[in-house]
Design a protein around this ligand. Structure first.
Ligand code: ADE
Length: 251
């Protein structure tokens, strides 16, 4: 996979692309990330990338020309990328979107900045994406969030297949089960007995129940939706029936 990132703050990506799992994915060549400074595509002497908004109002708007020039340069050859623009009012990023994006060969992320981006940039954008209902100073952190969620799904990036297996819950939006590591008792807090049993089937069942219990408590509407869509297994439905009875008797 290749990802082009268009930004006015390329330095922000240095650590992100060097450290940890993402750093490894990049250095091993599983993912190629090309951070491009939009300023390099400005044509004037002062390399200006923003300007005041037509019609007045506060702040500055990213100009279209440098972004289009960067886009033209990067797409002159090869497959056209799927282009994302980070914006606080875009479509909400979620795991389902991450899975879809991880299957693309080529992505481009344009990091919004300042008060906004000239509307005409949207002519080259496939999807405007927000990472949540809050306003950040720019699209660089959202771009990193999107890349992190996408890159870890690229085949071969996560060595441990188990981590991906845990995502089988996430795929449907179910909440994760609790995790523990050594010691078995810490400051009087004990690890649940079943996890020490070595009994894989029982452990799997316990985890499933924990995941369903948490989802039922915090996102009951999701459980209803998964039921309607027939996305729960017989075993899961049975566990849910028991949990729901338990809740009823507890009042
Ligand atoms: N730019 C500023 N805030 C943002 C957000 N929440 N998501 C995506 N891009 C943004």
């Amino acid at each position: 996979m290749r990802i082009d990132v268009l930004t006015v703050l390329p330095g922000l990506f240095d650590c992100f692309l060097r450290e940890g799992i993402i750093g490894k994915a990049v250095s091993s060549g599983k993912v190629e990330v090309n951070v491009v400074n939009i300023r390099d595509f400005a044509t004037d002497k002062h390399r200006v990338v923003d300007d005041v908004p037509y019609g007045g109002g506060p702040g500055m708007v990213l100009k279209p020309e440098p972004i289009f020039r960067a886009y033209d340069h990067l797409t002159a050859e090869g497959e056209k990328p799927f282009v994302i623009l980070t914006e606080p009012w875009g479509e909400r990023f979620n795991q389902e979107m991450a899975v879809k994006l991880s299957k693309k060969n080529r992505l481009m992320i344009i990091c919004g900045r300042y008060e906004g981006v000239d509307e005409r940039v949207k002519a080259i954008v496939d999807r405007e994406v927000s990472i949540g209902d809050y306003v950040l100073t720019g699209g660089e952190l959202p771009a990193m969030v999107i890349m992190d969620a996408v890159i870890r799904l690229v085949p071969g990036v996560l060595g441990n297949e188990e981590s991906l297996r845990a995502d089988s819950f996430m795929d449907r939006g179910l909440l994760g089960y609790p995790n523990y590591t050594r010691p078995a008792e810490f400051r009087g807090m004990k690890v649940p007995e079943v996890l020490l049993s070595g009994h894989h089937k029982k452990i799997e069942l316990w985890r499933k129940e924990q995941s369903l219990r948490k989802t039922l408590e915090r996102k009951p509407e999701l459980i209803e939706k998964l039921k309607r869509e027939g996305k729960l297994t017989e075993e899961e439905l049975k566990i849910l029936e028991r949990l729901e009875k338990e809740r009823e008797s507890e009042g």
